[in-house]
Design a protein around this ligand. Sequence first.
Ligand code: DN4
Ligand code: BGC
Ligand code: ZN
Length: 361
Amino acid sequence: MKEIEGIITDAPKGGAKYGKFQIIEDEGNIRVQTLYTGICGTDRGMVAGHLDFTYNPEGQSFTVLGHEALGRIMDPGSSTAFKKGDLVVPVVRRPGDCINCRIGRPDNCSDGKKHEAGITGKNGFMRKSFVDSEEFLVKVPDSSMLDYAVLTEPMKNVMKAMEVFGTVSRRAIISSDDSTFEGMRCVVIGTGPEAFLYAMSFSDLGFSTIITNRHPIDDNRMKILSYFHITFVDYSKDDSLIGDNINVIVDTSGDPGTIFRFFRRLSYNGIALLFGTNSNAPATGVDGRDIDRMIERNLTLVGTVDAAKIHYVQALEKLSRWGNMPNSPLKNLITGIYKPSDTGIFTERNPNEIKAVIKWA
Ligand code: DN4
Ligand code: BGC
Ligand code: ZN
């Protein structure tokens, strides 16, 4: 057993406590000082006791929270891949022994026996330091990314979804006549951190990109969107602004009614990427015409979860490029920096919050 100072929850019951606790020792020989951890819906869902699939590590009656982290190597142990002072991001999923886990793709785990740091059966990173193995740490290429590299974990989900998009879009050509995506239309549902990272990525590819919610959004959000050439539409006011002939939908709301509202406007060969989860969302009606349309238009409705280590590397490249653009507003995605003792942020969310983070050092 080892004493740590951090934030714990009892999975799946919930609650959040900050203090000193005895935990089962981590596997690995590289010690990492935690600099920042991000807070996301998964952490809040765990604290609220809403996520039945979560569980504590074997032999512990609690889980150290946190799966979105940026750290600094304190002691590289026997690793030659890292040196003291390097910035690193730890990966969330730890492989089980199914075929996908064995090929480095626990994001596509085929029997559910993988573990997830801070979520399912492994302690997370909301603590002053942790120990890990080389294979589960990704080096941050550029130390100027200190202020925003904590966004790597949420961004890695987007890079995986882009891979899924690449795979399913092979069934028919959905690019423009000139082979780019210029003029193609993407609608992202939701205005949280993942929705922003998706919209920025599709806009980057050349899609004419709309982000939408059922209420207006604050000035900080509007400024970031304007920088990345993304249009915001409050669909509760004027949903016609979104129009028809959408090529790609990305959902981060998990609300079936909203998903189908826009799914019905997909163009031929359109693709809907489902990412948001909300078990409490109400049921919605799907009728025979929806199915006919899906078939006649070759529509694709596809779910995507988590990401592999390669997507963390791609996420870092993308964030570095965005972060180094002139007058980049990337840092403004982080709207609140909290102390580890501020455990109230797990139960209250500032309406203008995009991403809240905890500063550990
Ligand atoms: P978030 O900040 O809670 O984002 C959800 C967004 O959806 C918020 O902007 C919501 O707005 C919006 N929303 C909710 N209902 C509706 C609706 N009916 N119409 C339009 N917008 C709506 O969470 P996040 O950005 O961190 O993550 C997005 C989703 O992805 C969450 O459900 C996560 O659980 C899920 N997720 C999945 C993975 C994975 O598959 C990883 C990380 C997150 P408002 O209600 O705040 O106004 O690996
Ligand atoms: C994480 C994923 C993880 C998922 C589990 C998300 O917040 O980003 O890595 O697989 O939660 O539901
Ligand atoms: Zn998360």
